[in-house]
Design a protein around this ligand. Structure first.
Ligand code: KG4
Ligand code: ZN
Length: 335
């Protein structure tokens, strides 16, 4: 069974053909980053327009790369939410048109659940129960998946998402957009011990996160040095910031793994590409005999392969949608 996946929730237009939920035949990702860079963040209106321009060529390319035609597609899976509403609607309209024309099932996939699913796509031997840390431009969520695959959110950020904090700090420091990879790169060159920043909520015995205080701490640190006429130690500051983010994420993820007695942890979302986070979580997990899965970069970022793959599971459960379905900008992870 070939499923065509369509993903347009944010600033990547992506289409993919996945066989039986497991074999990625194509995964075309067209990033709009260059169009949003001048603004230092994703502009929703720009994103919607670009999706409109790109959606048909990207879908055609995904079929061509897979070496198949529309007539070979058995179902269409599309991101239904969460995300930018105008962006989501472009993907949904395209998916509806294709499913209607081909007379095949239409599947509405939860984008957050799909990010977690990317781990199963890469490692077919992976089995729940597990704890998932989902960190992206829009989300910071810690969740547990039980043996049956059911997801429950344990906690999330009370203010900024992880990627949002990275991007805002990078912008403040005059670094290129998107800021996450830039800070990650500089952090590797710096010494985190030279700039100690607050680890918000690390001692609280819940799974909530907060990143806005850390952002303020960075601003205060920089303005203090500037007042003293001192140079900003960019690498050390990046390292200090990244360590503060990672310490909290690792501490809470490991605590959740202990509380729920799981032997698997998975990383998901764009920030899961962070080298520092991967290394720190791997070290902590190894120490406890826990296996850490983290998708390759292509499957960390927004992509339609994860949508098509999870769509296959939905289809097996009979979870399809009809032509009246609407996108949901605020769809939660566990619903
Ligand atoms: O999942 P994603 O592609 O889009 C959303 O659904 O949000 O995540 C994008 C986010 C951006 O904020 C970007 O700065 C961040 O992921 N990111 C990183 C790294 N690579 C991407 N953050 C930290 N370190 C990285 N290496
Ligand atoms: Zn995403």
């Amino acid at each position: 069974m070939l499923i065509l996946g369509v993903e347009t929730s944010c600033d990547e237009t992506s289409a993919s053909v996945v066989e039986d939920g497991a074999i990625v035949r194509s995964n075309v990702i067209s990033s709009q980053v260059e169009f949003h860079r001048p603004y230092g963040g994703v502009v929703p209106e720009v994103a919607s327009r670009k999706h409109l321009e790109l959606i048909n060529p990207v879908i055609e390319e995904s079929l061509a790369e897979a070496g198949v035609g529309f007539e070979d597609i058995g179902a269409v899976a599309v991101t239904i939410g969460p995300g930018l509403i105008g962006a989501l609607l472009v993907g949904l309209a395209a998916a509806k048109a294709i499913a209607y024309t081909l007379d095949v099932p239409l599947i509405g996939v939860n984008h957050l659940e799909a990010h977690i699913r990317a781990n199963f796509l890469e490692d077919p031997a992976l089995r729940p129960p597990l704890v998932a840390l989902l960190v992206s431009g829009g989300h910071t969520i810690l969740a547990v998946m039980d043996e049956s695959g059911r997801l429950t959110t344990l906690g999330e950020t009370l203010d900024d998402a992880a990627g949002e904090a990275y991007d805002k700090i990078a912008r403040f420091l005059g670094l290129a957009y998107p800021g996450g990879p830039e800070i990650d790169r500089l952090a590797a060159l710096g010494d985190a011990k030279k700039v100690i920043l607050p680890r918000a909520m690390i001692d609280r015995d819940d799974y909530a996160f907060s990143l806005s205080g850390l952002k303020t701490a960075v601003l205060n640190y920089v303005s203090k040095l500037e007042k003293q006429g001192q140079e900003i130690p960019l690498n050390d500051l990046a390292a200090g910031f990244q360590a503060a983010v990672i310490d909290v994420q690792v501490a809470k993820t490991m605590r959740a793994a202990k509380e729920y007695g799981v032997k698997n942890i998975v990383l998901a979302g764009g920030v899961a590409a962070n080298a520092g986070l991967r290394a720190a979580l791997k070290e902590a997990a190894d120490e406890k005999g826990i296996k850490l899965n983290a998708p390759t970069l292509e499957l960390c970022t927004d992509n339609a392969a994860m949508i098509a793959s999870l769509g296959y599971e939905y289809l097996k459960e009979g979870k399809t949608i009809d032509m009246t379905a609407n996108s949901d900008a605020n769809l939660p992870l566990s619903s």
